[in-house]
Design a binder for this molecule. Structure first.
Ligand code: FAD
Ligand code: FES
Length: 220
């Protein structure tokens, strides 16, 4: 069930260049892996979409790449600070798969720890720019890690139900290899629940709001 709440920060942890932001869960439903939350740091005008990375008892945890002012504000929070939390939002991954293979690139690994937990720890292939970025792989059990210039698509075995999240070129490459993959896409989002049309993308020749139709879409 969708809830908008102000919740206290429990802790922040550095994982390579990323920050794991742990927030008190309260009565907020963690939702399905691949769904996202709009997180609003104190004093920031607009919230930012973040996938749920982990749902330990009593907490919601988000893995954040500090690439701009909104994400940096979230990474700089201290324990006890209050953060606005709206979610769970959008459509997550379909968990009814027989032979799951998780595929992630860079900060696209963010939803995979929770997804892995819900699927019982299936194999994963994760790609990163550097070994520093690859420290995030510690959150995903059974993961094979590749570093550039090797790409995740070179390490993917066939015959799996692929569930992937990562940068657009990676998702396009995964889509070409596995037309039945489930792919978690990104677009800039202002509201997260269908009101602003800021996240409109073309899907099958039609303009659709990614926050409502996605972010997880079937590759085909
Ligand atoms: C459904 C969803 C889930 C996400 N989950 C995570 C997550 O778990 N962890 C995480 O670190 N990030 C995640 N993101 C991306 C994150 O929301 C953006 O990086 C963030 O909003 C950037 O805000 P900013 O103010 O820090 O930087 P901005 O100043 O807003 O942006 C910095 C740069 O990134 C570009 N940019 C911003 N947002 C996006 C976007 N969504 N897609 C493509 N380019 C963008 C901008 O054009 C600009 O060049 C997710 C995005 C979506 C849509
Ligand atoms: S983010 Fe507002 S409609 Fe999708």
């Amino acid at each position: 069930m969708l809830r908008r709440e102000r919740r206290s920060v429990v802790a922040t942890e550095a994982i390579g260049p990323y920050t794991l932001l742990r927030v008190e869960r309260g009565t907020v439903d963690p939702g399905r892996p691949g769904q996202f939350f709009m997180l609003e740091a104190p004093g920031r005008l607009l919230p930012r979409p973040m996938s749920l990375a982990l749902a330990p008892p009593g907490e919601l945890a988000f893995l954040i790449d500090p690439i701009g002012p909104g994400t940096r504000a979230l990474c700089c929070l201290d324990p006890g600070d209050r953060v606005g939390v709206l979610g769970p939002l959008g459509n997550g991954f379909d968990l009814e798969v027989e032979r799951p293979l998780l595929v992630g690139g860079g900060i696209g690994v963010a939803p995979l720890p929770y997804l892995s937990e819900q699927l019982g720890g299936p194999p994963a292939v994760l790609g990163f720019r550097t070994s520093w970025h690859a420290e995030a792989a510690e959150l995903v059990p059974n993961a094979e890690v590749v570093l550039e210039p090797t790409y995740v698509t070179e390490a993917m075995n066939s015959g799996h139900d692929v569930l992937a999240c990562g940068p657009e070129p990676m998702l396009e490459a995964v889509r070409r290899l596995t037309p039945h993959a489930q792919l978690a896409w990104e677009a800039p989002m202002a509201c997260g629940f269908g009101a602003c049309y800021g996240c409109v993308v073309e899907i099958d020749g039609e303009l659709k709001r990614l926050c409502v139709e996605g972010p997880v879409l079937a590759a085909a």
